[in-house]
Design a protein around this ligand. Structure first.
Ligand SMILES: Cc1ncc(COP(=O)(O)O)c(C=O)c1O
Length: 382
């Protein structure tokens, strides 16, 4: 035991599954109190398997991004299916995953600042954490902290593949990697590039051409390094929208996709290779003629990528959201007997930000409650 596992075990749940759930296995999932996020276990498991099978067929590894699920329960299912590890967006999420026993975590983001770097040193004592780097001062700070603790940090260089977020440019990469190699306490393991500006392109041919353009930059970076005698073990990339494009590009070694596990409403608008597994269960708290009001608002479902969609019952059109309410219109009010207390299922357009609002998932098979899963990474954005 150590300070991470101790904290995890003494936390609200103490394990990957909520042992103290008040709900009985086998009860109807619609009996769960609302608003709640519910997940169809069969569908989520099928998504995990299909993505892993696809990656295997392309000879690339899966390192699924846990920024979506934020929970070791799902991460361990992905690893059991064949993933080589996971990604975490934030150090706080990585600490939770490491505490739960996950042994290899890539943070495809920059860890900047004294207190975070010290936490990174500590979490590296229980799990291997690989971090993306792209700034010289950051290299200096990481090196100093790891040397002081007589430890080594594995790093990959983030390359700007056209998203213009973080990342070094092609003409900087050789010097930057040489700098890493000159620093004690750091081990260069490879490169990454996130083609996030292409994952949501509607038209498939356009998505192929833009994602390929982006990945060609990453492969060019790799080739430049190899030509300069530098070994590149990891070439990491991809989001759900580009999984079947990026994985076919020669030189890519692993995929970082995350959303496919539950499949966002927004992704479903452009392709349906994976099935939707997650929805928000809500209750009708008011009905007037052609209008119903639900107990679910901005504090329990996100709308950063658009308004949710009503998936059950049919004949309801989502209207608007306020903090704790949703207004919906009934298409044919005379012939609809929806009443106060009835349950309504909503599909969020963006799973990640909706999941971040909840403490637990309620998972089900068929229509029956299976177990409650703590979302230990929610709110861990530091
Ligand atoms: C660096 C990085 N890699 C991978 C992903 C995975 O994307 P998706 O959720 O589309 O699978 C993201 C998403 O934000 C990301 O920021």
């Amino acid at each position: 035991m150590n300070k991470y596992t101790d904290t995890y075990m003494q936390g609200a749940y103490g394990s990957d599954v909520n042992q103290g759930s008040t709900y009985q296995k086998g009860m109807p999932i619609f009996d769960v109190d609302t608003p709640s996020i519910i997940v169809d276990l069969d569908v989520a498991e099928k998504n995990i398997k299909n993505m892993q099978d696809f990656a295997n067929s392309q000879n690339v590894s899966m390192r699924p991004h846990s920024k979506t699920n934020k929970s070791p329960y799902w991460a361990k299912k992905q690893i059991a299916q064949g993933a080589i590890g996971i990604c975490c967006a934030k150090l706080g999420e990585a600490e939770q995953m490491a505490a739960s026993g996950i042994k290899e975590i890539l943070i495809p983001n920059q860890i900047v600042g004294k207190s975070k770097i010290q936490r990174l040193v500590d979490v590296n004592k229980i799990s291997k954490v690989i971090v993306a780097v792209e700034n010289e001062q950051n290299l200096e700070d990481l090196s100093e902290a790891f040397v002081k603790d007589s430890r080594t940090l594995s790093v990959i260089v983030e390359v700007n593949v056209g998203m213009d977020r973080c990342g070094v440019e092609l003409d900087e990469i050789i010097e930057f990697v040489k700098l890493i190699k000159s620093k004690n306490g750091l081990k260069f393991e490879g490169i990454m590039g996130y083609e996030g500006h292409t994952v949501n392109i509607n038209n498939y041919e356009d998505r192929v051409s833009e994602a390929t353009k982006a990945m060609n930059i990453l492969i060019e970076a790799k080739n430049l390094l190899v030509e300069n005698g530098i070994e590149v073990d990891i070439v990491s990339a991809s989001g759900t929208g580009t999984y079947n494009i990026t994985s076919t590009i020669d030189g890519i070694t692993e995929l970082q996709c995350g959303s496919y596990i539950f499949m966002d409403g927004n992704y479903l608008k452009i392709f349906d290779d994976f099935d939707p597994a997650l929805s928000v269960l809500s209750t009708v708290i008011s009905r007037r003629d052609d209008r119903i009001v639900l107990d679910c608002g901005l504090k329990s479902i996100s709308m950063d990528q658009g308004l949710p969609e009503v998936i059950f019952p049919k004949g309801i059109t989502f209207g608007s959201l306020s903090e704790e309410h949703s207004k919906c219109l009934i298409d044919d009010p005379q012939n609809n007997n929806l009443k106060v207390g009835d349950k309504v299922l909503l599909r969020p357009m963006h799973g990640d930000t909706t999941i971040n609002l909840h403490d637990e998932y309620f998972v089900y098979r068929g229509d029956l409650f299976e177990e409650s899963i703590p979302i230990v990474g929610r709110g861990k954005f530091k």
